[in-house]
Design a protein around this ligand. Structure first.
Ligand code: BGC
Length: 397
């Protein structure tokens, strides 16, 4: 039996986003029809079950990463935040703080208010200042409760899915616009960073950069894999470097042969190649260690894994994935990487944006009809790891 202990004060937690767990208020995903036919509107009633959910969240670590529904908090451009909504979030965050939890607040996680879209969204020159106005107000409302911030969740993931791949609203496929959006978000991050620092100088601010292991597996695959890495990962790390820590998400590997292969785009192909995968991507724990080592080598800043998870109906696979990725993270720690925390995606089965409710990432299962929450084995596993600050290898098999 091997016991891998993590550094004292290591941040353990789970992560959600308001758009995926609350009923949509007035944002661009409201009414979006997902791949599995489910409609993003009422999701898992988190806004009605905050007390119960706070208990679940607190059983899964000493930290929680989450956000607010921007469209519900701020009802028009540069408006004061809606006081009733502020009070509701403050009560919820307060409940978590009372239980000793550290909060990482995410200001933007994919969903935009309808009024922001009407004003040109992230293609507008005004976007950085409108967003910063919101973040400043968010900070005035919740700054005393937040321990750290992600200004923007996965700006590269958002720009690519919304403006290049055409799978997120506004469903565009224009690489030039996608690049422009990424740059606009980078400017928004810089301004928002300053606004938060002025108000809460002691807080830690960063983003979550979406990462994957893009690796060429054929001679012809090497070049597109390197280009994808450069444009999607390396340039994002660089553009959002005005940060106190490097936050990144990591879900797996995309082999290029020469085209990129994922389970979601080429069902069955990864299995034919003899690769383990979840419902979306190849599972590749070594890639997490490589990414940690690379980012540490390049930036020498504290690192936080803001999201990692496994999209599967087989909870034994989820447990394996947690164990193997935490072993990889621990190797990186052993090699001197300053990793400060790990957030598992996700606390619950949430509404997986364009794919739908049936794509499950939760440590807690959510019943499709009653919305009852039930711990999976992986919830017990992760809760124990967080509580003991250690991974005991034998227990996870
Ligand atoms: C996003 C989450 C999403 C998860 C799984 C991340 O890119 O931040 O909102 O649910 O991946 O696809």
């Amino acid at each position: 039996m091997e016991k891998l202990t993590f550094p004292e004060g290591f941040m353990w937690g789970t992560s959600t986003s308001a758009g995926q767990i609350e009923t949509a208020y007035d944002h661009d995903w409201k009414g979006a029809v997902s791949k599995d036919g489910s409609v993003l509107d009422r999701t898992i009633d988190h806004e009605l079950r905050r007390k119960e959910d706070a208990g679940i969240i607190a059983s899964l670590g000493n930290a929680y990463r989450c956000g607010c529904d921007w469209s519900r908090l701020q009802r028009s451009p540069r408006a004061e935040l809606d006081q009733g909504t502020v009070d509701e979030y403050r009560r919820f965050f307060g409940t978590l703080k009372d239980q000793g939890m550290r909060l990482m607040l995410v200001a933007h996680h994919f969903a935009n208010p309808r009024w922001f879209i009407d004003g040109g969204s992230w293609t507008s020159k005004e976007a950085p200042s409108i967003f910063t106005d919101y973040v400043a107000k968010m900070c005035d409302a919740f700054g005393d409760l937040a321990d750290s911030w992600n200004t923007i969740n996965e700006p590269n993931g958002y720009a690519a899915a919304s403006y290049l791949g055409g799978i997120f609203p506004p469903y565009r496929k224009n690489p030039f616009v996608a690049w422009k959006v990424l740059n606009t978000m980078s400017e928004a991050h810089k301004q928002a960073y300053r606004a938060i620092k002025e108000r809460q100088p002691g807080t830690q601010i960063g983003i979550s950069c979406s990462t994957m292991a893009f690796e060429g597996e054929t001679r012809l695959g090497r070049i597109p894999a390197a280009i994808a890495d450069k444009l999607y990962i390396a340039s994002t790390l660089e553009k959002f470097n005005d940060s106190d820590f490097v936050g990144f998400s990591y879900y797996g590997r995309v082999p290029f042969r020469p085209l990129p292969i994922a389970e979601i785009t080429h069902p069955g192909k990864l299995a034919l190649l003899g690769k383990e995968h979840d419902r979306l991507w190849e599972q590749y724990p070594d890639g997490l260690e490589k990414m940690l080592t690379r980012i540490w080598g390049q930036y020498h800043k504290p690192i936080i894994i803001t999201e990692h998870g496994c999209c599967t109906d087989d909870d034994r696979q989820r447990c394996r994935s947690i164990r193997d990725h935490l072993m990889a993270a621990h190797n990186a720690l052993d090699n001197g990487v300053d990793l400060r925390g790990y957030f598992h995606w996700s606390t619950f089965d949430v509404h997986e944006w364009n794919l739908g409710r049936s794509y499950r990432f939760g440590l807690y299962e959510v019943h499709p009809v009653t919305l009852e929450r039930k711990p999976r084995l992986s919830a017990r596993l992760f809760g124990t790891i967080a509580k003991t600050n250690a991974l005991t290898i034998e227990n996870t098999r």
